[in-house]
Write a protein that binds this ligand. Structure first.
Ligand code: PGA
Length: 253
């Protein structure tokens, strides 16, 4: 039997966090992680770019990884305000989120652009967390699997492996709303993602981590993390404080 993918609990701080509060919270997390001798999962924080360097220093030695929330599809050049994957790597990131639905909605990022970002991430030696997810209207119309299947096909680079890529299923309507799909709905989508990945990437598709994201919190994390083919979580609001994030991490420790 293939080994179960090692879970990843990732926090996405989005556009939240100033230095003093960010450092305070991440130091609390690092102190708790230090007490765990053999964590059963990987833990990642993706802060705003301004906090990457101070947080990298604050988590040193704790096993907590730091990642970016986005990168450009090009390696370098005239792209005001953007960050290249190599810059994230250079400052100590191990991961970068690409194709988050907020970027798809706010900046019109499409699957082709998301794939270019993932390719750039791979090229820089980063693990890409590629986000997919349906809107409320798409779910209502019964199009969930069709939409997610297309996003997966078109956003996933050819050279993706279980090591360099993670898929996050984030129903758009569940993000920041307190709403979550039922356990059966999550199970259905993750089984579908797994079967498509297995077909396309063979063993790598079996070993690739599939995260669930959208209103994950301490009170629902254990139930969601126990669903077949859920190998961790991408957490927004509940990752901003150690008090909220730690109970989610603990479900996989
Ligand atoms: P949320 O955000 O946990 O606040 O719903 C999740 C995400 O957007 O990654």
């Amino acid at each position: 039997m293939a080994a179960t993918p090692r879970p990843l609990i990732a926090g996405n701080w989005k556009m939240n966090g100033l230095k003093s509060a960010g450092l305070r919270e991440v130091k609390k997390l690092a102190t708790r992680m230090d007490k765990v001798s053999k964590p059963g999962c990987d833990v990642l924080i993706c802060p705003p770019a301004t906090l990457l360097a101070p947080l990298r220093d604050a988590v040193k030695g704790s096993g907590i990884a730091i990642g970016g929330q986005d990168c450009h599809g090009n390696a370098a050049g005239a792209h005001t305000g953007d960050i290249a994957a190599a810059m994230l790597k250079d400052i100590g990131c191990g991961y970068v989120i690409v194709g988050h639905s907020e970027r798809r909605a706010d900046y019109g990022e499409n699957d082709r652009m998301v794939r270019a970002k993932a390719v750039a991430a791979h090229g820089a030696g980063l693990r890409a967390i590629i986000c997919v997810g349906e809107t409320a209207a798409e779910r209502k119309n019964g199009e969930t699997l069709k939409i997610i299947g297309k996003q997966l096909t078109d956003s996933l680079p050819k050279n993706s492996t279980a090591k360099n890529t993670i898929i996050a299923y984030e129903p758009v309507w569940a993000i920041g709303t307190g709403l979550t799909p039922t356990v059966d709905d999550v199970k259905e989508v993750h089984a579908y993602l797994r079967s498509r990945l297995r077909r396309r990437l063979k063993a790598d598709g079996v070993a690739m981590r599939l995260l669930y994201g959208g209103s994950v919190k301490g009170s629902n994390a254990a139930e969601l993390m126990a669903v077949d083919n859920v190998n961790g979580a991408l957490v927004g609001g509940a990752s901003l404080t150690a008090a909220d994030f730690w109970p989610i991490v603990e479900t996989c420790l």
